[in-house]
Design a protein around this ligand. Structure first.
Ligand code: ADP
Ligand code: 5GP
Length: 188
């Protein structure tokens, strides 16, 4: 079977990481595509596990060298991008690549890989719930939280460009639905 890509996109706080981390533990042959970023690591984050953490200068240099399939300056001086080498290495190991990526990045990956990619948009049940979850996660200061909420409103409008929309209300149901979407696409 040809190796595929699974793209999970959503506004920050909608539950991408929770869903992607769950899927990774199900023995489905998925390998997480580690993005590069120039933001500072959060407490508990490890270089080469959540992200490849690099400086904004190094990031700009790698853009010039064409190292990225897609990249974005998601917040000022905070770059995020997917490395060509990352996807190539995952496929070489015979695994499917799984992405936790913002909405614009997800759309760009889908454009690049077409039929080989399954793009899933995760949606929180409402803006209020999204805000509650971001606050409960307590990983961002107020300014950073407001930035993420502002971006979320814009991102919600792009849901229709994805192959699937998954509402993350009951987590249990969302996880089961995500698993079904992934295994169905693998079987194609
Ligand atoms: P993202 O990766 O999209 O930014 P996270 O997976 O970090 O989002 O989820 C944001 C917060 O909401 C986390 O604290 C997570 O535990 C919580 N969360 C995720 N899904 C649900 C759910 N269905 N119900 C309640 N809380 C949830
Ligand atoms: P965070 O700082 O909360 O980890 O991520 C901020 C945003 O950047 C999230 O929406 C996340 O999905 C997105 N992101 C992570 N990796 C990439 C990537 O490789 N490319 C793009 N375009 N966005 C990414």
């Amino acid at each position: 079977m040809k190796e595929k890509l699974f793209i999970f996109s959503a506004p920050s706080g909608a539950g991408k990481s929770t869903i992607v981390q769950h899927l990774m533990k199900q023995g489905l042959g998925l390998e997480f595509s580690i993005s590069a970023t120039s933001r500072e690591p959060r407490e508990g984050e490890v270089d080469g596990r959540e992200y490849h953490f690099i400086s904004p200068e190094k990031f700009r240099k790698m853009i010039k060298e064409d190292a990225f399939i897609e990249w974005e300056e998601v917040y000022p001086d905070q770059f995020y991008g997917t490395l060509y080498s990352e996807v190539e290495n995952i496929w070489k190991r015979g695994k499917h690549a799984i992405f936790d990526i913002d909405v614009v990045g997800g759309q760009n990956l889908k454009k690049e890989f077409g039929e080989r990619a399954c793009a899933i948009f995760i949606q929180a049940p409402s803006r209020e719930v999204l805000e509650q979850r971001l606050r409960a996660r307590a990983t961002d200061d107020e300014a950073s939280l407001q930035l993420r909420l502002g971006k979320a409103m814009f991102e919600m409008e792009h849901a229709t460009h994805f192959d699937h929309i998954l509402i993350n209300d009951s987590l249990e149901k969302a996880l089961a639905e995500a698993e079904k979407i992934v295994t169905d696409f693998m079987a194609l």
